[in-house]
Design a protein around this ligand. Structure first.
Ligand code: FES
Length: 217
C-alpha cells in the first residue's frame, strides 16, 4: 500500500488514518473546529490537540469512511450504529451508515465497515465508491423517494451490499432509506438500488441499466 493512499497521523493515545481513495471532501472534519483538523497546516491532523473522545467523535462524522481511528484508550473500537441507514444525497451519492459489509471492499478500508459514500450516478472511476464524478457529469436527482417498503420492528444487524456486475447495489439486511430532505421514506430487508444513474424510479433499480448498457468495470 503506497503512503499516498493511507496517511497516518499518530497521537500518543490514538491514531487517525486518512484514506485518500475514499475522501470526497465533505469536510465534516474541517468544520468541526478545535485543533484536530486544520486545513493548510502541516500536519493537517494532530490527534494530540484533542482528547481521544473528541477524535472519535469527529472521525465518526466522516460520511465516506475515509477517516478511521485505532488505539482508542481501553481498546475501544468503532461500533456500528443501532440502525442501518442510507441517505440519498441531492445530486450526489448514497450515504450509508450501519453494520456494513460491502462485498469485495479492500480489507484495509476499516472506515467503510460503518460509513460509506457509494456512487449512484454511474460515472465514478472508483466504483462502488463515490469519487465526486457526479459533479463532472452533472448528475441530477433531488433525492426524493416514492415507495414505502415494509416497516421494520428493529433496524440493526448486518447489512450486506453487493454491487452487481453491470447492475445495481443489492442490499440485504435491515435498512431504512431517507430522502435528501431527511424524511424516513422506506424500510425493508432487501432492495436493489440504482447505481447506473438511469433509473426512472431512483433510488431504486428499474432495469434501465440493461437498456443503456451500463458497465460497472
Ligand atoms: S442500476 Fe440503474 S436502473 Fe438498475
Amino acid at each position: 500500500m503506497s503512503k499516498e493512499q493511507r496517511v497516518r497521523f499518530a497521537g500518543k493515545d490514538i491514531e487517525v488514518t486518512w484514506d485518500t481513495r475514499l475522501c470526497i471532501h465533505i469536510a465534516e472534519c474541517g468544520k468541526a473546529g478545535g485543533g484536530l483538523f486544520v486545513g493548510g497546516r502541516k500536519p493537517w491532523c494532530q490527534p494530540d490537540l484533542a482528547s481521544a473522545a473528541e477524535v472519535v467523535d469527529v472521525v465518526e462524522r466522516c460520511p465516506s469512511g475515509s477517516l478511521s481511528y485505532a488505539g482508542a484508550p481501553g481498546g475501544s473500537a468503532e461500533k456500528a450504529p443501532s440502525a442501518n441507514t442510507v441517505h440519498i444525497a441531492c445530486n450526489g451519492p448514497l450515504f450509508f451508515r450501519g453494520e456494513l459489509n460491502i462485498a469485495d471492499a479492500p480489507a484495509d478500508m476499516p472506515g467503510v465497515k460503518f460509513r460509506a459514500a457509494l456512487c449512484r450516478c454511474g460515472a465514478s472511476k472508483n466504483k462502488p465508491f463515490c469519487d465526486n464524478s457526479h459533479e463532472s457529469v452533472d448528475f441530477r436527482d433531488y433525492g426524493s423517494v416514492g415507495e414505502k417498503g415494509t416497516p421494520l420492528d428493529a433496524a440493526g444487524g448486518p447489512l450486506t451490499i453487493q454491487p452487481l456486475k453491470d447492475g445495481p447495489l443489492l442490499c440485504s439486511g435491515k435498512l431504512s432509506i431517507h430522502t435528501a430532505a431527511g424524511r424516513l421514506a422506506w424500510q425493508g430487508t432487501s432492495v436493489a438500488l440504482c447505481r447506473c444513474g438511469g433509473s426512472a424510479n431512483k433510488p431504486f433499480c428499474d432495469g434501465t441499466h440493461t437498456r443503456i448498457g451500463f458497465r460497472s468495470d
